[in-house]
Ligand binder design. Structure first.
Ligand code: CP
Length: 288
């Protein structure tokens, strides 16, 4: 049985195998994991990741426990470790975890049940990276040589950090853009103007207000005008270029309303691909 904690621990071939299996699921593979019990432990809010894991698990015929932190013994002071250890002691076969702490899984080394990381702090979001890769591969049939700009609140984004780490390994050229205060010096910066002209993929990010210690200096309108994507900017993108966003979207901040479902947007394709990628991850968990 195999945990999935970070894609940094997988080879490129292992990543491609997960994507291939995800394509099989999209084509209608009938692979099942009946009688396996999975527990979804989300210690941080989530819609897409939590419920697409849930849909993936149901499609695989698994039995699913959805943990609700607000009505659990966390409220009585039970620790994160003891909560996970409790589910392992129930005899569940797999645990899916999202937590605010980077590398929360370091605390769980003696938990003898495979763990799937559904997002840790600002570090990693492996299933999101895989669904992003699947969406790009479906569009272009390759990774090598493609140019992507990830724009917005890079500093607080586990998607940016996780995606860039793997995309660079797959020979994509990665850039970041957006307000100075949200940039990370270790990445190559590109202006909005150059990104519109040169990129194959523009991935917009949400301003993650819940992770900020200080309120954003710009108003939403100022952010949209200076750093967001509006239709006039979309019309300057390359003919075959696409727009991605991990969502949730702040409509009217990083994307204007009409851009969310414009012809270049793959935002809802990403969400759809998330189910197949998560089926593939769960299949891998129980493979030899
Ligand atoms: N993209 C993503 O992780 O969304 P959720 O926070 O809704 O799971």
């Amino acid at each position: 049985m195999k945990s999935l904690l970070s894609l940094d621990l997988l080879t490129n071939d292992e990543i491609m195998d997960i994507l291939k299996d995800a394509q099989e699921f999209k084509r209608g593979s009938s692979f099942q994991l009946k009688d396996k019990i999975v527990a979804n432990l989300f210690f941080e809010p989530s819609t897409r990741t939590h419920y697409s894991f849930n849909v993936a698990e149901e499609k695989l015929g698994m039995k699913v426990l959805n943990f609700d932190p607000g009505s659990s013994s966390l409220i009585k002071g039970e620790s994160f470790y003891d909560t996970v250890k409790t589910f392992a002691s129930f005899g569940v076969d797999c645990i899916v975890i999202r937590h605010t702490q980077n590398r929360y899984y370091d605390e769980l080394k003696n938990i003898d049940v495979p763990i799937i990381n559904a997002g840790d702090g600002t570090k990693d979001h492996p299933s999101q990276t895989l669904l992003d890769l699947m969406t790009i591969y479906e569009e272009f049939g390759k990774f090598s040589g493609l140019k992507i700009a990830i724009m917005g609140d890079i500093k607080h984004s586990r998607v940016a950090h996780g995606d860039i780490s793997i995309m660079e390994r797959l020979n994509m050229q990665c850039y970041t853009s957006g307000p100075d205060e949200y940039q990370d010096d270790k990445y190559s910066f590109i202006s909005m103007e150059d990104a519109l002209k040169e990129m194959d993929v523009i991935m917009m990010l949400r301003v993650q207000n819940e992770r900020h210690t200080e309120k954003m200096k710009l108003t939403n309108e100022e952010y949209l005008s200076q750093y967001g994507l509006t239709l006039d900017k979309v019309n300057k993108m390359k003919k075959n270029a696409i727009i991605m966003h991990p969502a949730p979207v702040n409509r009217g901040v990083e994307l204007s309303d009409e851009v969310v479902e414009c012809s270049k947007s793959r935002i809802f394709t990403q969400i759809n691909n998330g189910v197949f990628v998560r089926q593939s991850i769960l299949k891998r968990t129980f493979s030899k």
